[in-house]
Design a protein around this ligand. Structure first.
Ligand code: TPP
Ligand code: MG
Length: 661
């Protein structure tokens, strides 16, 4: 039954949203107004959450995938008792506020209760899939007494039009994520106008049924009990994810703008806000007004705090039962999660061949750290065989059993966002996703969001250059290193050999706090003699000197696969040259000036070599050996030769540079 107070609570979400958006003269009122009842039911009747501790590991998760409706979330967080005061609502969308235009999970400006950054439609939908996977894995590993919750989301037409949501829904159906319950704001409106423009022939319900979801229908977005019952029905189905299609009216009950795209993305206007308040029976002159009784009725600090306290008791008993398990939990739930102590000593230090592809080394390193990262999950987009990313002692993640190896299928977009969801959930140590470097483009939206959120994830990309050979230019990355380096906050690591690959994984797992890209080769690369050359311990500093003759007249810098080309070029030259391995620009930039100068002295003319476009190398090199065109289908060695990635070409460039001086 909808009591008068419940109705007031729902309408307070509506009025706060209208007021904040009106004050900012910017924002999206339509969704918060229409979906206020659903949000009220979720946050007040369904979800177990404690506003006093937004990080409580066993809270239910909520994602506003339709991030443009951010005021819905802010209003509900405020009213249920999160540390988001009314002043923050009044600062909606302003510089430095905690009420950004779209919900932001941010390391610096924390909006309590925001689980992930949403805004790019479809991403939140797919993040939730990762979150539900995290819950399932942790529940099976640690037991229901400590992990036993659901993942909810509000998704919009735009979310469901995006391909990433289809991939993610298909994956969720495949692995039967029964703890996933999504409400679909089916309002027949998107930004450009009615969905008849672009999205009304498709039968969304049948599509989701075909994916293996349970689909429920609600004809009245304002019927609180019906919403509650549907959500509970979704939760009761442990075998399938649930989509609840909520027929709603955008901007309800604005007399002149409801039901039209005019309510989607602009403030309603003072007059319309006043008219809408009148329809609701509210005083049109009052703004940011919370009627008596609403805070009490909305409060979740009481009930959420109780649930949390009960959990604490169970958790303490569970913890004190088993010290090893407690240590495992603490490492996993640290921010960011870390491997168990002793990992570094277990990593391989010698290799039985003198040439190994770094992807092959990557596989060996993963096998070595597998026991130290018991909650690290990840997988490849149907390229496990090629990227060599697997935990050999672990199971597959299936509907029956949540193992550590996720077979994402050919779904790069969903993989990226699901990995972000795994990380966003907490308790999962550095989840990873893997494919060919070329296909990083397909998941770029998710990579960018991992950096924006500062999530501790690893993107493992193999087949890192034209050297992959015969598959040709569709599979050969050339601009990808530059494109990844362009993303702020993302650490790109391209190790040169087996030792650097091992150290790169260690740096990612033990040192980095945010996302990393690990770029590995398909082709064999010489294992660099650690006695003869600078130690791979330098990887963490981004660049280090490999060989440094006293009378060096020039420097050659290279990354990854081209480091051995640089060393061979140095051997070919009559003049002495220093060779620098630079696995990571970003880590090098973090070093102090003295270190940078010690590696790349300004007075030495410098040649760089990397099998990719030249963009950016101007900052380090006087002469750049690069590939500024697409590759070609031919054996890898031929392509490298034809495109000038050879020791003799690099040596020639050094000679030319010295002649110029
Ligand atoms: C990937 C992506 N493309 C485009 C946009 C811009 N955009 C924001 S909302 C929206 C569509 C709005 O329609 P719907 O999702 O149905 O939301 P509603 O208007 O019903 O609230 C668009 C295109 C976006 N946020 N993300
Ligand atoms: Mg819509």
């Amino acid at each position: 039954m909808t009591s008068e107070t419940d109705q007031l609570c729902v309408d307070t979400i509506r009025t706060l949203s209208m007021d904040a958006i009106q004050k900012a003269n910017s924002g999206h009122p339509g969704l918060p107004m229409a979906m206020a009842p659903a949000a009220f039911v979720l946050f007040r009747r369904i979800m177990s959450h404690d506003p006093a501790d937004p990080q409580w590991p066993d809270r239910d998760r909520f994602l506003l995938s339709a991030g443009h409706g951010s005021m819905l979330l802010y209003a509900v967080l405020h009213l249920t008792g999160y540390d988001l005061p009314m002043d923050e609502l009044k600062q909606f969308r302003q510089w430095g506020s905690r009420t950004a235009g779209h919900p932001e999970r941010d390391r610096e400006t924390i909006t309590p209760g925001v689980e992930v950054t949403t805004g790019p439609l479809g991403q939140g939908f797919a993040n939730g899939v990762g979150m539900a996977m995290a819950e399932q894995y942790l529940r099976e590993r640690y037991g229901e007494q400590v992990q036993d919750h659901h993942t909810f989301a509000i998704v919009s037409d735009g979310d469901l039009m995006e391909g990433i949501a289809s991939e993610a829904a298909s994956l969720a159906g495949q692995i039967g994520l029964g703890r996933l319950v999504y409400l679909y704001d089916d309002n027949d409106i998107s930004l450009d106008g009615p969905t008849s423009l672009s999205f009304d022939r498709e039968n969304v319900a049948m599509r989701f049924e075909a994916y293996g979801w349970q689909v429920l229908e609600l004809t009245d977005a304002n019927d609180l009990d019906a919403i509650e019952n549907a959500i509970r029905e979704g939760m009761a189905n442990e075998q399938q994810p649930t989509l609840i299609r909520v027929k709603s009216v955008i901007g309800y009950p604005s007399p002149n703008k409801q039901g039209s795209s005019a309510a989607h993305g602009a403030a309603l206007g003072d007059e319309e806000v006043a008219l809408t308040k009148e329809v609701l029976g509210w005083d049109p002159d009052k703004t940011f007004f919370v009627p008596e009784g609403v805070y009490d009725a909305f409060d979740m600090k009481g009930p959420g705090g109780e649930a949390h306290a009960e959990w604490n008791e169970r958790f303490e008993a569970w913890r004190s039962d088993d010290a090893d398990r407690a240590q495992e939990w603490d490492c996993a739930w640290a921010s960011p999660g870390r491997p168990l102590p002793g990992m570094a000593d277990a990593l391989p230090t010698s290799f039985d061949k003198d040439k190994i592809a770094t992807r092959g080394v990557g596989g060996k390193v993963m096998a070595a750290f597998e026991p130290f990262t018991p909650t690290m999950l990840g997988g490849a987009a149907d390229l496990t065989e090629s990227t060599k990313t697997i935990f050999p002692e672990s199971d597959r993640f299936t509907a029956e059993k949540a193992g550590r190896n996720i077979f994402f299928g050919v779904r790069e977009h969903a993989m990226g966002a699901a990995v972000n969801g795994l990380a966003g959930h907490g308790g999962i140590v550095c989840p990873y996703g893997s494919t060919f470097l070329q296909f990083a483009d397909y998941m770029r939206g998710a990579i960018r969001l991992s950096a924006l959120m500062g999530l501790h994830v690893a993107w493992v990309y193999t087949h890192d250059s034209v050297a992959l050979g015969e598959d040709g230019p569709t599979h050969q990355p050339v601009e990808h290193l530059a494109a990844l380096r362009a993303i702020p906050g993302l650490v790109v690591l391209r190790p040169a050999d087996a030792h650097e690959t091992t150290e790169a994984w260690r740096v990612i797992l033990e040192d980095l706090e945010g996302p990393a890209v690990l770029i590995l080769s398909r082709q064999d690369l010489p294992v660099l003699d650690q006695e003869q050359y600078g130690s791979a311990a330098g990887v963490g500093r981004g660049a280090y000197v490999l060989s440094d003759p006293d009378d060096a007249e020039a420097t050659i810098i290279a990354t990854g696969s081209e480091v051995s080309v640089a060393l061979a070029a140095a051997d070919e030259l009559d003049v002495a040259v220093r060779v620098v391995s630079m696995p990571s620009w970003e880590l090098f930039e973090q070093q102090d000036d003295d270190y940078q100068e010690s590696v790349l002295p300004v007075d030495l003319p410098t040649v760089s070599v990397e099998a990719g476009i030249r963009q950016g190398w101007e900052r380090y090199a006087d002469s750049i050996v690069s590939i500024d065109r697409f590759g070609a289908s031919a054996p890898g060695a031929t392509v490298l030769e034809e495109l000038g990635i050879t020791p003799s070409h690099v040596a020639q460039r050094v000679r030319e540079l010295l002649d110029d001086d």
